[in-house]
Design a protein around this ligand. Structure first.
Ligand code: NAI
Length: 337
């Protein structure tokens, strides 16, 4: 029997606990060699003056080096800073990897999407440096550094090589933000020179969005600064069926946290309706990351098969199945495989 890997599980807010439960159940049934170390974290529990992330949670992630996380709410326009940002910063999770792939049996506008968004995850517009310089005038500082840009560009090319991808598209707005996005772009160009086997192209972000909705099949690996990566990856999730299907990994040098792209879905939280696919596919990415490639692929395949058959689909995909019924169908598929 394989040795068990201990993984920190942060169910999170809103639909988080429901979809986390579904993933834990599927993993148990698949005899996945994972021991979960459950840590509670919630936007509701953030108290003024105390650290955003509990010491116990930080210690658990540092020890285990791998975590699976549900969504966490962030107050809009005021209140505490994002717990998601706090996690990415605390563990220096510099690369946010968000694959988007057309799924057989799910009718969307395109059936040839197979791309990966690699988003810089630590700086840019997410530096958190905002202030009011005079009444009615606020500044928000976008920080782009050579260190972080080189690191993410290198990651994108290394990812392309490792995953047998053929092209990297660097996405920017350096025509307007000549210095900040200019530096990001320069670092992408320098990285491209070191990987002559990988095709390289550059697109301005607005044109990139237009190209994505017209012809997403032309994209392979995309590398973007933080904010563009966040927005474009929701667009690419929409191309393949929506947020309920979009997985992601936040990767650092030695710690990685896997999570669905979507948020807490407050409109359906607590109703047993949420689609657990995104978190399940994130958990499969996690399995591959820790070397359990076959198992990750097997669970992913079972999930894709259930979606393709169409008998069990959650409301976001036009079906009537609840979270539990969908998870049960994935378990059934695993057992019959
Ligand atoms: P959202 O992703 O929570 O919801 C957008 C729409 O997609 C809603 O109609 C929701 O019902 C639907 N949806 C999302 N995930 C679904 C799933 N698994 N199954 C079925 N339907 C699903 O985005 P929204 O409303 O903008 O954000 C709500 C909260 O989530 C905010 O506090 C936001 O800050 C937070 N958030 C957290 C993220 C994270 O923890 N990584 C990412 C994005 C948002």
């Amino acid at each position: 029997m394989n040795e068990h890997t201990t993984v920190t599980l942060i169910p999170g807010d809103g639909i988080g606990p429901e979809i986390a439960e579904a993933v834990v159940g599927i993993f148990a049934d698949a005899s996945a060699p994972i021991s979960w170390e459950r840590m509670e974290l919630s936007s509701a529990g953030v108290a003024e003056g105390s650290p955003l992330l509990p010491d116990e949670l930080v210690a658990s992630v540092r020890k285990n080096k791998v975590a699976l996380k549900g969504p966490l709410a962030t107050p809009i326009g005021s209140g505490h800073v994002s717990l998601n940002l706090a996690i990415r910063k605390a563990f220096n999770l510099y690369a946010n990897v968000r694959p988007a792939r057309s799924l057989a049996g799910l009718t969307t506008r395109y059936d040839n999407v197979d791309l990966v968004v690699v988003r810089e995850n630590t700086e840019g517009e997410y530096s958190g440096l905002e202030h009011e310089v005079a009444p009615g005038v606020v500044e928000s500082i976008k920080v782009i550094t050579r260190t972080a840009s080189e690191r993410i560009a290198r990651y994108a090319f290394e990812y392309a090589v490792r995953e047998n991808r053929h092209k990297v598209s660097a996405v920017h707005k350096a025509n307007i933000m000549k210095k900040s996005d200019g530096l990001f772009l320069q670092c992408c160009r320098e990285a491209a020179e070191k990987y002559p086997g990988i095709e390289y192209e550059e697109l301005i972000v607005d044109n990139c969005c237009m190209q994505l909705v017209r012809d997403p099949g032309r994209f392979d690996v995309m590398v973007l600064p933080n904010l563009y990566g966040d927005i474009v990856s929701d667009l690419t999730a929409g191309l393949v069926g929506g947020l309920g299907l979009a997985p992601s990994g936040n990767i650092g040098d030695d710690i990685s946290v896997f999570e669905s792209v979507h948020g807490t879905a407050p409109d359906i939280a607590g109703q047993g309706k949420a689609n657990p696919t995104a978190l399940l596919l994130s958990a499969c990415m996690m399995l591959r990351h820790i070397g359990e490639t076959d198992l990750g692929n097997r669970i992913e395949r079972a999930c894709y098969d259930v979606l393709a058959e169409g008998r069990f689909r959650t409301g976001d995909l036009g079906g009537t199945a609840g979270t539990e019924a969908f998870a049960g169908a994935v378990i059934g598929k695993l057992q019959s495989a």
